[in-house]
Design a protein around this ligand. Structure first.
Ligand code: TXA
Ligand code: MG
Length: 355
């Protein structure tokens, strides 16, 4: 299949009305369009069309029991697809449009294919102007997972989408680099109106807790135990996995350097804070460094994590080392993605034992 690639400046998207209209026509006709959001790129199709959902699963190579998020352009549109509540409207007033996805009981209009056979469905109202205009002109909810091949890091730049999806979908809208770089925060509204955090993101637990009590699903920070049912089907699949094994190092800069130099640095990549770059270069001259942000700037690290993992993946490293992030605030989102990329391999250098 030939994939059209169209560049649109997100800051001047009103000048690209025709291009976005063409993309919307593709969605209406049952085709697939990858588009930028403020979190990561999405792979969009008509959320009311079971055939479009099947095409999305096929293009990504994704198991069809892993449901899709419905993207809407006004929070009130959730009424059509879900049974909303006061808590939903409190969340939407505070966080929408923006990087929050809310899971609620689905109405029967949502095809079973879109919700992966579950009786609940996820909705999200993105803030990216291209995404918003595309949804509006499509005149239907857009079902969109991240626009990567299943198992590889989510795309935060159109070049990543081109690498994974060229030839598999109808159109890719290039709207530049995504601002946040990690996927949205996902919460489920429970029957008692409390929230369960299914996936951490830019919107933090503390922010959510201002609206309703929040509990954190075990799989957010740990591994699913054998036989345990995943609250969100996405939790049970290996995610964000680069080809080389990733090892997370829990320790300060000097402990990390000592550990890596003992293990050897040939064919090794290190994810490193920009503050430490000069020092690492001096003491570990053979290792290849991938800088993903300043030590104190978690948002900058989040923005670059997936692109750095993709870049490292182009080389055949024997090992990728990265510092273990803190679980505070947005750090929890970074921690959640990094433990998945590392298949939970964390070396505790603080106490000198494997954690
Ligand atoms: O930021 C984002 O959320 C991006 C952009 C494109 O909007 N989308 C995204 O979609 O990350 P995806 O499909 O890659 O990840 C959505 C996660 C999956 O792990 C899926 O299992 C979970 O949300 N999910 C979707 N619908 C659900 C539902 N009804 N119940 C529980 N979990 C659900
Ligand atoms: Mg995904």
């Amino acid at each position: 299949m030939e994939t059209k690639i169209v560049a649109i400046d997100p800051c001047n998207s009103e000048f690209f009305e025709n291009e976005i209209k063409n993309a919307a026509e593709i969605i209406k006709a049952g085709g697939l369009v990858a588009f930028p959001t403020e979190t990561v790129y999405g792979l969009g199709g008509d959320g009311t069309d079971p055939k479009a959902a099947k095409k999305i699963f096929a293009a990504k190579g994704r198991p069809s029991d892993n449901p899709l998020i419905l993207h809407i352009c006004d929070p009130s549109e959730a009424e059509k697809y879900t049974y909303t509540s006061d808590v939903y409207y409190k969340l939407s007033e505070r966080f929408m449009p923006g990087p929050l996805t809310v899971v609620m009981k689905a109405k029967s209009i949502v095809p079973a294919e879109t919700r992966g056979g579950l009786d609940i469905v996820a909705v999200r109202c993105p803030s990216n102007p291209i995404a918003r205009r595309l949804i509006a002109l499509s005149d239907r909810p857009i079902a969109a997972p991240s626009a990567n091949l299943s198992g590889s890091p989510s795309p935060t730049d159109a070049l990543h989408v081109i690498d994974d999806m060229k030839g598999r979908i109808d159109m890719i809208i290039d709207g530049g680099e995504c601002d946040i770089g990690l996927e949205s925060t996902i919460v489920k509204i429970e029957d008692d109106n409390s929230l369960t955090l299914l996936r951490p993101g830019r919107i933090t637990v503390d922010e959510l807790a201002c609206v309703a009590p929040v509990s954190i699903a075990d799989a957010v920070t740990g591994m699913l135990r054998e036989g345990e049912v995943a609250l969100s089907p996405g939790m049970k699949y290996r995610h964000y996995a680069p080809k080389a094994p990733v090892v997370l190092l829990d320790g300060g800069r000097d402990e990390i350097i000592r550990y890596i130099s003992e293990k050897g640095t040939s064919k090794v990549a290190i994810l490193c804070y920009s503050d430490d770059e000069a020092f690492f270069k001096r003491v570990l001259p053979e290792a290849e460094l991938y800088i993903f942000g300043k030590r104190d700037n978690i948002n900058e690290q989040a923005r670059h994590l997936f692109s750095v993992l993709r870049e490292a993946d182009k080389h055949s490293y024997d090992m990728i080392y990265a510092p273990l992030p803190s679980k505070e605030g947005v750090g929890l989102a970074l921690y959640n993605r990094m433990i998945r990329a590392a298949a939970h391999t964390i070396i505790n250098l603080r106490q000198g034992r494997n954690g």
